[in-house]
Design a protein around this ligand. Sequence first.
Ligand code: ACM
Length: 635
Amino acid sequence: MKKLSLLLCGCMAHLLSVAQTTKPALALIPQPVKVTQTTGEFVLPKTVVVEASSSADVANVTAYLKRKLSTATGVFVTVKSTAPTAPIRLVLNKTADTLIKTEGYKLSVTPKKVVIRANDAAGLFYGVQTFFQLLPKEVEGLEVAKGVKWAAPAVEITDYPRFGWRGLMFDVSRHFFTKAEVKQYIDAMVKYKFNLLHLHLTDDEGWRVEIKSLPRLTEVGSHNVKKVGQFGTFTPPTADEPRTYGGFYTQEDIKELVQYAKDRFVNILPEIDVPGHSLAAVVAYPELSCTPGADKYVVNSGEPFMDWSGPHNRAIVDNTLCPANEAVYTFMDKVITEVAQLFPFGYIHLGGDECAKNFWEQSDAIKGLMAKENLKTMSEVQAYFEKRLEKIVESKGKKFMGWDEIIEGGLGPNAAVMSWRGIQGGITAAKAGHEVVMSPTTFAYLDYMQSDRVNETKIYASLRLNKTYSWEPVPDSVDAHLIKGGQANLWTEQVYNIRQAEYMTWPRGMAIAEDVWSPKGTKNWDGFFSRVEKHFPRFDEAETKIAPSVYDPGFDATLNADSTLKITLTNEVNGLDTYYSFDNSFPDRFYPKYTAPIDAPKDATTLRVITYRGKKSIGRMVTMPLAELKSRIKK
Ligand code: ACM
């Protein structure tokens, strides 16, 4: 017995020493520049002293650290400006560390202490974010978690961002999201080191920012008729349906949001989308369109009003401002004056995308403007408008930015371009020496479906996680320093609530975060996805919704000679098994496993599939009608 217990003790000791020397796999997103794992772990004491400077910027970091640590762990946190033996120290470098520049940090975790060093408070904030990712998932929780060992593995990290512009765009016009919901969105994005929130504040479906000198913009432009279902297909609202759906941010709300974002090292880029996408403004001030008439216009609720079928979109209802009308520039001056005062960020985005020209073409005022200014095409008419806006923006001490359509009729001298129709606009603008932010549909459109359309809220295109992860924001052949960075865009025509906004943003937002933060040439899909999976439970703790679409298989089909289908399934995630049925029942791992393209039985109507990792089902059951697959085969 004695011998046995000695033997057991020996084994245990051996196991313990193995446990101590085997380094845990870290799951940091975005992947830092350099990570060296060392031995042991830091365990959070019962009461935590944080040593940090009391400057206002650093106080934001310590307030964040304190709030999150005490919420999840229940420990008592005090912050002191001098406490050299404190277990957590945030140190602002007295002499700049040129390697980590702005926003970078060095994080050292040893069994004794955690030290974060940076040149600026933003760098300390990102060091804190990385430290949180080293702690157990429960640190993301909204209440004190019991029975958790609050330990972080020992590590030395040097990290800094690849780009200074790391953004997400949130369309709060197509559907209105409350101030609290925008804050919730910011809370999630800062965990992945995004530093820019682009708010798409105006569109055909609603004007969302109070402009005190133009009260009708929000009095009548901020509400429409509530419609639920498939946006773009709704029946036109009738006169007796209440126009009570929507909302707007007062100037006080905007100040609060700007401050909330700033405290988390996020700038807010305001976008006022003109001269197209302007129906809400035209409803408020119909005289600003080339086809005035007070009773003609209503704020759109998702009923069709644009024809997108041709090479150039045509407006069925005139949703444009009239570049030939001087009152439009007076109007824009008022808007830009107030927007410039509200948003401290250096850029104002004035849209410029998808402007229908068909009402301009019929306008005598536009013909007069073209003759007077020697403008040959409608693109030149738009360019005339954009250049005048650029001057107004610059007169308020800001930089002018627009979607890549602003290049078409000739770009203003200092305009910055956001490239969305692929990368060509960005390339053209950068080659002409303009600043560029990349946000191409092909990699960065978060409104696109994340897996097969049978499984997703329908929209006209798809963008899977692995494609998002494969994005390289700097096109070959352009001067990299003109590419300020990148962002992903969440349009919300089909996003009715914040849960769906989160579903559309995550996990793709993690891929975008890595695209714009981590060094070029370090990507590895399998490695990335294994880290992403470790973050899924963290999202659950934070009660932030994520899409499980990455586990849905992709479907492809061809026709056999006898008109049955040959179906190919693909998995985005490696190492999964897919089981299927054609008999309308619900497959599990005791069903046939997909190993090669499968022939659908002659009279079958439905293919059902489910993916497993080993014995564990993963993702969701996908039901694919065979008629749907057949309809996709090109004749
Ligand atoms: C855009 O997606 N219309 C910029």
